[in-house]
Design a protein around this ligand. Structure first.
Ligand code: ADP
Length: 527
């Protein structure tokens, strides 16, 4: 993706100083939308990009977009995207001087960061020592506590004996959560409501964590009900500057995995933002942190917040922060990895408007979110004012079984939250994808729900929401009907009738016409 007719001297008003970067060529040790995201950032600031890919990703968008691309092995990630030796060897062969890990795969593997640096390459991420300290939840709790950050009540040590765990649980008070210290992606976590469930929960959490993370260390936390997940985005440089870029609300989760994120949070005012930001920065400074990172908290109704963990990497949901702050997190990562100072100070950070992200995964919301594999035969993605699509989708692309089911992220920005919801609703309706099921109908229904519109969110939202009738069989019929006919008929019918292809009373993605979002839109005075 070489800039065509590149301007030699950037105009002075550009927010990034596009001086010759310290890094010249970056290998991206990842796939899908995040690899493409990093390729784009590199292209904008004149850094060359090197993609790596497995045999299953030969025709992927990130492979086509990068300046160079190398196959690193067969489809299973253990034989390709997790092969530290292959990746470093490829970087050296391609003459790259730095490696960006994206998120997932090797992004939080301090051993990988060490190996990258050991090979004389620049690691685009936090220092490996900070990753080690914060990558382990138990260790991170200690760092947070010693930096004066409030943590969820729990044990500060591993709980490996059931009797010891029972005594600790009694003291904390049920319900408790058994949590894997090395955990991530909601794995290795079990809610325990009574003593008799404890032993089995310890056993299953431990074995799940052992097989997923290679460590079966578990501990206990108080299980907090009716709380929001609110996290603070940080960015720091190697000159001791660490700033925060406000919060993201990520309470819309299924099985502890985020589905929808937004910024700002309706529950956070200026004062709370400043306090949360301050403690997050303190925790980062206590571990010698730089690059992008996120401190996750649970926030209760009384505005008490509790430290959960630090994600020592770029996160999936980083675009909502970029949209409201105007700061490009990947460009900042590239700058600071090359030893430059942050391009902004804390006092420069202003949040403007509202951004929402919906994760578009190949899962069937009408069948308990079962993975949906296959070939994408038709695709048209949304666009228009305030819409950003970070996507790996293309016609003829296959959704392989080997990787995460996330295909794209649909992000919208608007001056107000009400408008952002309407805009997201509109953009979701524009999404045309045939060949696999996606969670688009789920997102449309969330945008339609009055609780979402009113900002009545907590981490139990999705479980409550899915229990309702809208996700029963009649919904599926509607959605399948739409998916099946939409792509083929929309253009044709429009031409013939001069109207939408949908049946009367339906939107093209299976929603009723007179829905909450339209009503709320009227109330919000948007039309
Ligand atoms: P992971 O690293 O697996 O993502 P986290 O610690 O970030 O795990 O937690 C993921 C989600 O699990 C949180 O956003 C929240 O919904 C839930 N969770 C974690 N700890 C607690 C707790 N102590 N009480 C209630 N919910 C929790």
């Amino acid at each position: 993706m070489r800039p065509v007719g590149a301007v030699r001297e950037p105009p002075l008003q550009m927010s990034y100083r596009l001086t010759m970067p310290a890094i010249r060529k970056v290998l991206i040790a990842n796939r899908s939308e995040i690899a493409l995201r990093v390729v784009r950032a590199c292209a904008e600031i004149g850094i060359e990009s090197v993609a790596v890919y497995s045999e299953a990703d030969r025709t992927s968008l990130h492979v086509r977009a990068a300046d160079e691309a190398y196959c690193i092995g067969p489809p299973p990630s253990s034989e390709s995207y997790l092969r530290i030796d292959k990746i470093i060897e490829t970087a050296q062969r391609a003459g790259a001087d730095a490696i960006h890990p994206g998120y997932g795969f090797l992004a939080e593997n301090a051993g990988f960061a060490d190996a990258v640096q050991g090979a004389g390459l620049t690691w685009i991420g936090p220092p490996p020592e900070a990753m080690r300290l914060l990558g382990d939840k138990l260790a991170a709790r200690k760092v947070a506590q010693s930096a004066g950050v409030p943590v969820v009540p729990g044990t500060d040590v591993e709980m490996d004996r059931p009797e010891e765990a029972a005594t600790a649980a009694e003291k904390i008070g049920y319900p408790v959560l058994v949590k894997a210290s090395a955990g991530g992606g909601g794995k290795g976590m079990r809610v325990v409501r009574a003593r008799e469930e404890l032993e089995a929960a310890l056993r299953t959490a431990r074995s799940e964590a052992q097989s997923a993370f290679g460590s079966g260390v578990v501990y206990l936390e108080k299980y907090l009900d009716k709380v929001r997940h609110v996290e603070i985005q940080l960015i720091g440089d190697q000159h001791g500057n660490v700033i925060h870029l406000g919060e993201r609300e990520c309470s819309i989760q299924r099985r502890h995995q985020k589905l929808i994120e937004e910024s700002p949070s309706v529950a956070v005012d200026e004062k709370l933002r400043a306090r949360m930001g301050e403690v997050a920065v303190a925790a980062a400074k206590a571990s010698g942190y730089y690059s992008a990172g996120t401190v996750e908290f649970l926030l209760d109704r009384d505005k008490n917040f509790y430290f959960l963990e630090v994600n020592a990497r770029l996160q999936v949901e980083h675009p909502v922060t970029e949209m409201v702050t105007g700061i490009d997190l990947v460009i900042e990562q590239l700058r600071v990895a090359g030893g430059r100072k942050l391009s902004v100070k804390q006092s420069d950070v202003k949040m403007r408007g509202h951004a929402i992200e919906c994760r578009i995964t190949a899962e069937d919301p009408f069948n308990n979110f079962a993975p949906s594999l296959g070939e994408i035969t038709t695709v048209a993605e949304p666009s228009g004012p305030g819409v950003r699509v970070d996507s790996s989708i293309y016609r003829g692309g296959r959704v392989p079984i080997y990787y995460d089911p996330m295909l794209a992220k649909l992000i919208v920005w608007a001056p107000t939250r009400a408008h952002a919801i309407l805009r997201m609703r509109r953009a979701l309706e524009e999404y045309r994808l045939v060949g696999v099921h996606t969670v688009v109908p789920f997102h449309i229904r969330v945008m339609d729900s009055l609780d979402f519109q009113r900002g009545n969110l907590d981490t139990g939202f999705v479980a409550d929401f899915l229990g309702r009738a809208i996700f029963k069989e009649e919904g599926r019929e509607e959605a399948e009907h739409i998916a099946g006919i939409a792509a083929a008929l929309v253009t044709d019918r429009k031409r013939q009738a001069g109207t939408s292809a949908a049946a009367p009373g339906q939107g093209t993605n299976g929603a009723t016409r007179e829905s909450n979002w339209r009503r709320e839109g009227r109330k919000a005075g948007l039309r």
